[in-house]
Design a protein around this ligand. Structure first.
Ligand code: FES
Ligand code: FES
Length: 162
């Protein structure tokens, strides 16, 4: 079947089979290789995308489920101010990573801040379990997300005052 969707802000369409997963559609058809399809069972978080604003592991979502929906991958998210806040928050907190799952962590943090602009450390750790990371200290990630929260709040405050 052919499905249409909005992908990173653009109207696109593609042929999919019932067995295809969203991660494969994004990587193989649209060449969005910022996401990986590693565990293919919803555990590693390397394939996170926003599907109609909800953070989901695209490896367990059938491709046809994106029909008529909006999908944002890291390539699209990286163009947003929300992404810039989180990325800068990680830098503020001095988080250094091996890079393996950094983009997934940024998407997970951004999704949390959208829902909970002032999250607690516990909420941060719960959320970040959707993008498990082997190389970064959890305390550093909490600091990074809190720093991103501050940046986001300052940006929105400045905008409200304009
Ligand atoms: S590939 Fe691991 S959660 Fe999707
Ligand atoms: S950034 Fe290194 S494992 Fe997550």
């Amino acid at each position: 079947m052919t499905i249409s969707l909005i992908l990173n802000g653009e109207d696109v369409s593609a042929k999919v089979r019932s067995v295809d997963r969203l991660a494969d559609l994004l990587r193989d058809t649209f060449h969005l290789i910022g996401l990986r399809s590693d565990c293919r069972c919803g555990r590693c978080g390397r394939c996170l995308v926003f599907l109609d604003g909800r953070l989901v592991p695209s490896c367990i979502i059938p491709a046809f489920a994106a029909r008529g929906k909006e999908v944002v991958t890291i390539e699209g998210y990286a163009q947003t101010e929300d992404y810039a806040d989180v990325k800068a928050g990680f830098a503020d907190a001095g988080v250094s990573t091996c890079g393996f799952c950094e983009e997934s962590k940024i998407m997970a943090a951004g999704a949390l801040l959208e829902r909970r602009p002032r999250p607690t450390p516990r909420e941060i750790l719960e959320q970040m379990s959707s993008a498990p990371c082997r190389c970064t200290d959890p305390d550093a990630i909490v600091k990074a997300v809190l720093a991103a929260s501050d940046r986001r709040a300052r940006r929105l405050y400045r905008r409200a005052g304009q």
